[in-house]
Design a protein around this ligand. Structure first.
Ligand SMILES: [Zn+2]
Length: 427
């Protein structure tokens, strides 16, 4: 009996060990290696983000209007500046900075990829104007700079004459939630007269084209010439009057919020010359360069959409368009969605209060003199897309083809008001 009891005890122990081992074997989690997506010029198998899936599911519905997806997203936290560094450490002499021209610039390093948002504020993703997160899905991974040197004008209305103000190895994508003509995600910011390109403090800012540095200093200084709009809110700012004009008008570019100004007032610069370093001076929520393109006079109300002036990436084009109501008036602040194969490629919003012909100086944004657009999306990969907008509860859709380094222009809205449309919510 004693032996049997021992044997039974042993048997129970063996069974317990076997079951425990089986449990551990079944539940063992192998060590997960967090892989940073490798740079690729034509990324494939990029998993869709939650906001994309939600949008796509609802875009696929027959009903209108386009939805604001109900996606739980982390609250947007504005970028915060790192602790004040030794200010002298950021002062760089122009002659000490090697200039990297576009053709030899390297792809963005993996340490910056893949989350553009995260690289700036540690909180990803950025919310779009509709509350939809617009995340860098990795599609700008591995971008090589465009082989074409600016200027590019492949059709009469095009004027992609300016380089991006940051090198291709830095983040050169403007943030989506505050595009030109937008008043921000909560409609309480000033209407944006430029584009914001977030980067780390100290990243070089390059001249978009050749010209004379007509201002290099703090915004809002007393000695700023009359008639020049260079406000305190720009922080450290550089303005270039370019060597080239457009239809008899001068072209100015303005680069704001620098941590350090490299260019010297009166200096002549070439495209790509380093004129300053990314910073967060003036009115900002985080480090970025605010770029304006001004035509005719060096003033805030002549700032046009930089996305129609800065060359897109190699193999990418630009979609511009006009969303109008039945009277042909531009419709403000509606979301324009670009999809490909049912997948959302990009979204933007139409301009707030675009300037109308004959209006005097005010705070409006100004459409391109030839395009007369009220939205622009840049850096759209070549291909066929569907573009969709909802105006007064009615959805309008068109098919478009995007070609590299050119603008495809699209008009959307009720061109012929056959019957009055029901008004559902705000346009
Ligand atoms: Zn800005």
């Amino acid at each position: 009996m004693e032996r049997t009891h021992h044997f039974e005890g042993l048997l129970i122990l063996v069974v317990i060990l076997a079951l425990g081992g089986l449990y551990l074997w079944q539940n063992h989690q192998p060590a997960v290696t967090v892989a940073v997506p490798a740079a690729s010029a034509t990324p494939t198998n990029v998993p869709p983000a939650d906001w994309q899936l939600a949008l796509e599911a609802q875009v696929a519905l027959a009903g209108t209007p386009l939805p604001t997806p109900d996606v739980n997203l982390p609250t947007y936290a504005p970028p915060t500046l790192p602790p004040a560094a030794d200010p002298n450490a950021q002062i760089v002499e122009a002659g000490e900075i090697p200039i990297t021209p576009w053709p030899t610039a390297t792809p963005r390093p993996a340490t910056i990829a893949p989350a553009v948002a995260a690289s700036v504020n540690g909180a990803t993703p950025f919310p779009s104007p509709t509350g939809v997160a617009v995340v860098d899905t990795g599609q700008i991974e591995g971008f090589q700079p465009p082989p074409e040197q600016v200027p590019i004008s492949r059709q009469p209305n095009d004027h992609y004459w300016l380089m991006r103000p940051v090198d291709a190895s830095a983040n050169s994508e403007s943030i989506f939630f505050y595009p030109y003509g937008s008043d921000g995600p909560s409609n309480d910011w000033r209407v944006h007269h430029g584009i914001d390109i977030p980067n780390d403090i100290g990243a070089p800012i390059q001249a978009g084209g050749s010209g004379k540095v007509i201002y290099a200093g703090k915004g809002g200084e007393v000695d700023i010439p009359a008639g020049w709009d260079i406000y305190y809110s720009y922080g450290n700012v550089v303005v270039i009057e370019h060597d080239f004009g457009y239809r008899g008008q001068k072209i100015y570019t303005l680069y704001a919020h620098m941590s350090s100004i490299v260019a010297v007032q009166g200096q002549h610069v070439e495209a790509g010359d380093i004129i300053g370093l990314i910073g967060g001076t003036g009115d900002v929520s985080g480090p970025h360069v605010h770029l304006e393109v001004r035509l005719g006079v060096n003033q805030y109300f002549t700032a046009y959409n930089p996305l129609l002036w800065v060359a897109p990436y190699l193999g990418h084009g630009v979609v511009a368009g006009r969303v109008t109501d039945a009277q042909g008036e531009m419709v403000e602040d509606v979301t324009v969605t670009l999809t490909q194969g049912g997948r959302v490629a990009q979204t933007t919003t139409t301009y707030i209060d675009a300037k109308k012909p004959g209006q005097l100086r005010d705070w409006h944004v100004v459409p391109d003199p030839l395009w007369n657009e009220n939205f622009v999306m840049s850096d759209v990969p070549e291909g066929d897309y569907t573009i969709t907008v909802t105006v007064y509860g009615q959805r309008y859709t068109r098919s478009i083809t995007v070609n590299a380094a050119t603008t495809v222009f699209v008009t959307l809205g009720p061109e012929i008001p056959a019957t009055p449309q029901a008004v559902e919510g705000n346009p």
